[in-house]
Design a protein around this ligand. Sequence first.
Ligand code: GLA
Length: 725
Amino acid sequence: MIRYDEKNKVFLIDTENTSYGIAVVDDRYVCHAYYGKKLADTDIRYLLREDEAPLTPSVNKRETGAFLDFAHMEYPETGMGDYRESALCVRSMNGHRASELCYEGYEIVPGKPALEGLPATWGKEEECTTLKIFCRDALLGMKVTLLYSVFEGSDALCRSALIENEGEESFYIEKALSACIDMCDRDFEVMGLFGSWARERHIQRMPLGYGRQNISSFKGESSHQEHPFLALVTPETTQDCGEVYAMNFVYSGNFIAQAEKSQFDSVRMTMGIHPEGFTWKLEPGKRFTVPEVVMVYSAEGLGKMTRTFHDLYREHLIRSPYLHEKRPILINNWEATYFDFDEKKLLEIAKDASELGIEMLVMDDGWFGKRSLDDSSLGDWFVNEDKIKGGLNELVENVKKLGMKFGIWVEPEMISPDSDLYRKHPDWAIQIPGRDITQSRAQYVLDFSREEVVDAVYEMIADVLRSADISYVKWDMNRQLATLGSFALPADRQGELSHRYMLGVYRMQERLITDFPQILLENCSGGGARFDAGMLYYSPQIWCSDDTDAMERLAIQEGTALVYPVSAMGAHVSVCPNHTVGRVTPFETRGDVALLGTFGYELDITKLSAEEKELVKVQVEKYHKYNDLIREGDYYRLASVADNGYYDSWMTVEKDRSRALLFYVQVAARANAKSRFIRLAGLDADKCYMVEGKVYAGSTLMNAGVRISSEFGDFKSRLIEITEA
Ligand code: GLA
């Protein structure tokens, strides 16, 4: 519910358990009043501390600058005296960088307006409500609409903004973030997700000091290294207690997320497109939409935050018809063959896989142009019939005869210097004239800011998809952006390239899923460099990481599941010694860890031993038995090996709390260790449950725990079903 208290000039945006308060000061400034646990009334103006030095401008008649540097603002700007991080920086045609937004009015509407060309949460009119706050800078003729939407039954709040030029002259937007919250410090700690290639999204938590701590990427993708998620937590925060303020960006390109503690011990939390290299020229009559930030406040620890994100993304972000479906168990040939395969090898894999219950073959990189290594042919999207003899359709039909579906890998945004496409259109690569183009994995990036480039690549790929019965596409993106320049943009618009590039990617993904609704799309970026909420709008699943080692995956999947539903996490069983770290783990454990995701295989199944093949059958059976529960249930993190050094545990609970599944991995054996008790979560305390043949009260399982014996040896996993008795 969204209320406006006319007398106090206060907006209160309520969700089931939270309130967000905004107040208008001096009929002009849009100030932040409150965010936290639900409030009963709107009489919260005292929170603005208008009677304290340096006072509000209307009272002291002069200290605007001091006021601006102290006040809690909704959408702070550069240039008028607020020296903390700004959300908006605009440069006029005569070179001045300042703006002064004045409140003009508001509207509360049912539903949620779509964000032009951008991924965003969505909902029916009766499911959500939006507050629009209108502001204007008179000198520039700039209108800014701040958008706040809430959904029935969710504690999330979604923010965006629309910047319109209603003036006579163009201006340049140099920075336009999506969300800002100012609040008093409560000894906050900063939580984020950090990593590297094959080591994505490890959780890091550290105290917030004075100054600015930022998490960012200007690599042109959300990145392996840092992640568009930021949470401020009170020091006592655990999975089930403490306060959490979290922001997650529904965007896949450059971002900045920042926490700043000021001289007055107030904390400003911001998130949006990274201003590095960004400028957007806004001509009269044009508008610019900033991408969405989803904010979640939880007074019940990290677990509640996680489940709020999961539910929102499953109900109001991911659109795929496959979202609530059990996905076909796939086998991907990448780690099995790398580039060295032909149709015979693929059919051998498919044959053995189909006999074990695997349902789809995915042909990875290397089927097109004349690609036999990673140094050519990106952009030449036609089948290499020297490798795939008889052509794609014949291969697909043969795979289908085995009772399996067929999927294919593409990397649409890239172009190899050694490709027909590059020879024909060298200007289609992103580049700065006169400089060598930065290469990475021997490839250049296509200028997806240009419609004709996106359309040409789309047509090539669509032809392939039309030529055979293809059920799945893995869309990869294997390098960052550099030497940024577009032949299609004038000098004063070069700063628009990175964002226009993302809009091009989104446009093509939208076209793909519209034209081929039967295709299950999985995004990927050198593993998990683009595992973000933006991508989830187009694909219900994303490849989590190129690291398929079961132990490494514990941290990667824990960090990913902190924000994103496990139904979206691409997770496969691969061979040992593991290709990334050389570790040897039991086949059973690899299967149990991959069950917490979309599940599949990434190995040469023809080389598995008879015993391993039997284990594949068991894993396939477990997948069919438990996937509905894992995909749709509530996720609870029970223990992290990162904290205790020995074991990892999580569970998933059916919404009606009638059934649950406990995962436990003994990562390291411990000498002379006794059994442990793992306290369950999310069950009904008053119900009785059957666990391994014995009935326990829900309260016993949650307060005293399930007893897990210590095992001899490392990397041992257990999967325990809990059913209402
Ligand atoms: C990336 C992906 C891998 C694989 C290769 C192919 O690294 O993450 O899964 O598809 O590209 O080149």
